[in-house]
Design a protein around this ligand. Structure first.
Ligand code: DI6
Ligand code: FE
Length: 404
């Protein structure tokens, strides 16, 4: 249910202009879930005086946070793999021993919808407690039709059971299921001809993604899948250039992709193609950190080209068991050298853009009243105090959301 309200005695970081878009000693008013007015408090028009007033206690108000790339619905636990890796085992050895993505697929196939939901909600609630109001969730740990459908249905249920927007992404092309061992082209054909059109027809798919990598799917295979997405009118995005340079980002850009994600190996032609297409660069420092990668995405080239950069948790049990978007923004700044302004725009404005949502991620008249109020002295505090939870209050569609 959308709501109306007014906050005064607050400072705004709008992310609707250069830098933070700061307005100090401000007020903001919204009606029926949409921002109606904001500006210096002394200028607040009388017509908003009838709205329920809340004191911002001189804190800071930002757009609600947007996590635009997650694999947060899954069953099982791979802490043992993490332990083995820290004790010297390689990702490869673990995968050969039946671990890796296959282990999560096995556990996820065995979990029914209620169990999958129950296992995912604590992770979701951790994000909500940090002011996340829009969340993308991918399938890709089912890898059979029934299990992929179950993951997407659970994602939809999360959007019903909690006050936030969930956008679903079909990632059937995440890994090759054992049933198709040695037959990746047959698997892609099955996705193209059967699973994707069917799940899209059931209203479960908002976008289509794939893992374009030597250990996953080739550019030619991704191209086939994207042609079907185009035909169905679904936007695409791609896990590209994470472990090697295959030209996935340029391929995605040719299909007008919303985003290309990871991008550690991205080259200049890829940057140029993304700029031309308006494709957002989604950087995932959590995976970089947990995998102890050393090659960083070409942030300077992306910045120079004016490609918008988003940051996301990539929350998944294998390479980024991370449920803090503020810690992610900190890593974006510390590990990838984004400025604090870029890091925070990366979890608000640009993250919304990576989901094709132009109605949020910034404070602007007409935008959705998805808002987060923080008990901080300055915007940079959000990424400075690693591990703190400075959220004071949160509104979704104009209605106050109680912390879970
Ligand atoms: N890229 C990754 O790093 C993860 N998925 C992907 O597309 C790996 C996910 C996992 O190990 O479970
Ligand atoms: Fe991912």
């Amino acid at each position: 249910m959308s709501g109306s309200g007014l906050i005064d005695n607050v400072n705004l970081a709008t992310f609707d202009s250069e830098g933070y878009g700061e307005i100090r000693d401000a007020a903001i008013a919204w009606r029926d879930g949409h921002i109606a007015w904001f500006g210096p408090q002394v200028d607040l028009p009388g017509e908003y005086m009838d709205l329920r007033r809340q004191d911002g206690h001189d804190g800071w108000l930002t757009p609600g946070l947007v996590d635009c790339h997650t694999h947060i619905v899954y069953a099982g636990n791979r802490a043992g793999e993490f332990e083995a890796r820290l004790n010297g085992a390689s990702y490869q050895e673990i995968a050969e021993g039946g671990g890796g993505i296959a282990a999560t697929v096995l556990a996820t196939r065995l979990a029914n919808e209620d169990i999958l939901l129950a296992m995912s909600l604590p992770r979701i609630d951790t994000l909500l407690a940090e002011g996340v109001t829009t969340l993308e969730i991918k399938s890709g740990y089912g890898l059979d039709l029934a299990s992929e459908r179950r993951m997407l249905r659970v994602a939809r249920r999360i959007g019903e059971e909690r006050a936030l927007t969930v956008r679903t992404t079909f990632l059937g092309a995440h890994a090759l299921p054992e049933e198709y061992a040695g037959r990746p082209d047959d698997y892609i054909d099955t996705l193209c001809q059967d699973w994707l059109p069917r799940l899209a027809g059931e209203g479960l798919v908002d976008a289509v993604d794939a893992f374009c990598e030597r250990i996953a799917f080739s550019p030619a295979q991704v191209e086939k899948l994207f042609a079907v997405a185009d035909r169905l009118g679904l936007p695409v995005k791609l896990h590209a250039e994470q472990l090697s340079l295959l030209g996935g980002a340029a391929l995605a850009a040719r299909h007008g992709a919303l985003s290309a994600d990871h991008l550690e190996w991205l080259d200049e032609p890829g940057v140029a193609a993304m700029r031309e297409a308006g494709t957002v660069a989604v950087l995932l420092p959590g995976a970089f950190y947990f995998l102890r990668e050393t090659r960083r995405p070409p942030v300077d080239a992306l910045r120079a080209a004016g490609v918008p950069m988003a940051l996301s948790t990539d929350c998944n049990p294998g390479t980024s068991p991370l449920t803090s978007l503020l810690a992610t923004a900190n890593m974006g700044a510390v590990l990838f050298s984004l400025t604090p302004q870029e890091a925070l725009a990366g979890i608000t404005r640009h993250a919304a853009q990576a989901l094709g949502l132009s109605d949020r991620g910034r404070i602007a008249v007409g935008a959705r009243a998805d808002l987060a109020l923080w008990d901080i002295q300055a915007p940079v505090d959000l990424i400075y105090h690693l591990g703190q939870r400075p959220l004071a209050a949160c509104w979704v569609d104009g209605a106050r959301r109680e912390l879970p």
